[in-house]
Design a protein around this ligand. Structure first.
Ligand code: GLC
Length: 406
């Protein structure tokens, strides 16, 4: 394990740690994604940073995940973003997906549901707190019930209402479905307003509006969590729910012609044929996806020199896509650069399939970029140059990724 990466990860996580008590008396402790740019708690960021904390101080990892639950509601809803220390500033506030423009303590939107997946990882490392594994079971179960009730759409897959609910805010895969309502366009504010008018009733939204997506990444995250919940609780019912999602991904999203998993978008559910890393994400489901399909994802896409086989990391969009942009764009994310969480999720899956040297090469390329540029939000896949926020929390996962690979 390269000691310098461990030091960098620890330094960043400690610098980004925020703790205190909210005005209503609720205590919190979480890693903000980046001190200046992202001050609040983001659901999937916390899942990743908790996993990164495990190597350093498991008690912080547990506190981070407990705080995710404290930000939710008794009915099982967990927000995409929770505002603990201070609400968003007046200029940003109307753009958050909240119940009203001012005064909210959290968004009404969801994030990729990775909490049970992270909970299991943290529980495994919690030899000093063996009760942690069972502590979250009821709340995690309620969360998955909420997701199925509010976002299930009969096909076995969950739907998102807003593009940023997948964490992939401006990904070009949303352009055809959201059009002028896309995250980076002015119409996004109207999309949020529309949800507010419906009182954030997801079922009503899904009945009335075409701008909705059965998102591959969100469903992969959900299946990973359901499997983890099954192992944590010993209840086989959760694994069966995961199987339903996996079967639906294969049936509805898998495109035999290209060998990719595409989102199903709009009310009529057409496949959105844009190649982004989320089309490769089912690799993370391992044996739940037939091996020949996983080999195709790796050989025809992930390692393909014109698609995702870049010099640095795994690009967030296929380099062949017309929308691919490798560098920085002030208002757009996930349109080309390589992110550390992507590699952290996919590299072990590539390795398991036998591509050991390639897994090491991808890891080393990101280690080189991090050593040169620090923990940035994302990296140019051609040059390794760091972009976006500095001191970015989940990029600390590089230390975990590098274990035994560098
Ligand atoms: C950006 C990213 C999103 C992340 C958030 C906080 O919006 O697109 O995935 O959760 O920042 O880091």
């Amino acid at each position: 394990m390269p000691a310098d990466l461990e030091v960098l990860a620890e330094h960043t996580l400690r610098a980004n740690w925020r703790s205190g008590t909210r005005r209503d008396g609720t205590p919190y402790g979480y890693t903000c994604p980046a001190p200046r740019r992202y001050k609040h708690q983001w659901h999937w960021d916390s899942c990743f940073t908790a996993i990164a904390w495990v190597r350093i101080e498991p008690a912080r990892a547990r506190e981070e995940l407990r705080t995710v639950l404290r930000g939710g509601r008794p009915d099982g809803f967990l927000p995409h973003t929770a505002f603990w220390g201070a609400p968003p500033r007046w200029r940003r506030a109307p753009l958050y997906a909240t119940a009203s423009a001012w005064g909210a303590t959290a968004t009404e939107s969801i994030g990729p549901p990775l909490l049970a997946f992270a909970w299991e990882r943290v529980a495994r490392a919690s030899t000093d707190d063996p009760a942690f594994a069972a502590e979250g079971l009821a709340a995690l179960a309620a969360h998955h019930e909420w997701l199925e009730r509010q976002r299930g759409n009969g096909s076995g897959l969950l739907s998102i209402l807003l593009p940023d609910e997948s964490g992939l805010d401006d990904s070009p895969k949303y352009d055809p479905v959201y059009g002028r309502y896309a995250h980076h366009r002015p119409g996004y504010a109207r999309l949020v307003e529309r949800c507010r008018r419906l009182g954030w009733d997801s079922r009503a939204y899904l009945r009335e509006h075409d701008e909705q997506v059965q998102d591959v990444l969100v469903n992969v995250a959900c299946a990973l969590s359901l499997r983890a919940l099954g192992r944590l609780s010993g209840d086989g019912g959760w694994a069966r729910r995961a199987e339903r999602i996996e079967a639906a991904l294969l049936e509805r999203c898998y495109d035999v012609k290209t060998g990719l998993f595409f989102d199903v978008g709009g009310r009529r559910g057409a496949r959105v044929r844009v190649s982004t890393w989320s089309a490769l994400a089912p690799l993370a489901l391992g044996a739940a996806i037939p091996e020949p399909i996983r080999h195709r994802l790796v050989e025809e896409h992930l390692l393909h020199p014109r698609r995702y086989g870049a010099r640095f990391g795994i690009p967030s969009v296929s380099m062949e896509e017309p929308a691919f942009r490798p560098g920085f764009d002030r208002f757009r994310t996930w349109r080309g650069p390589s992110w550390i969480n992507t590699a952290w999720l996919l590299v072990p899956a590539v390795e398991t399939l036998g591509y050991v040297d390639e897994a090491r090469r991808i890891t080393r390329s990101l280690v080189d970029a991090v050593r040169r540029e620090g923990l940035r939000e994302y990296y140019d896949p051609h040059t390794g140059r760091g972009h976006g926020a500095r001191g970015f929390g989940w990029s600390a996962l590089i230390a975990d990724l590098a274990v035994k690979r560098v």
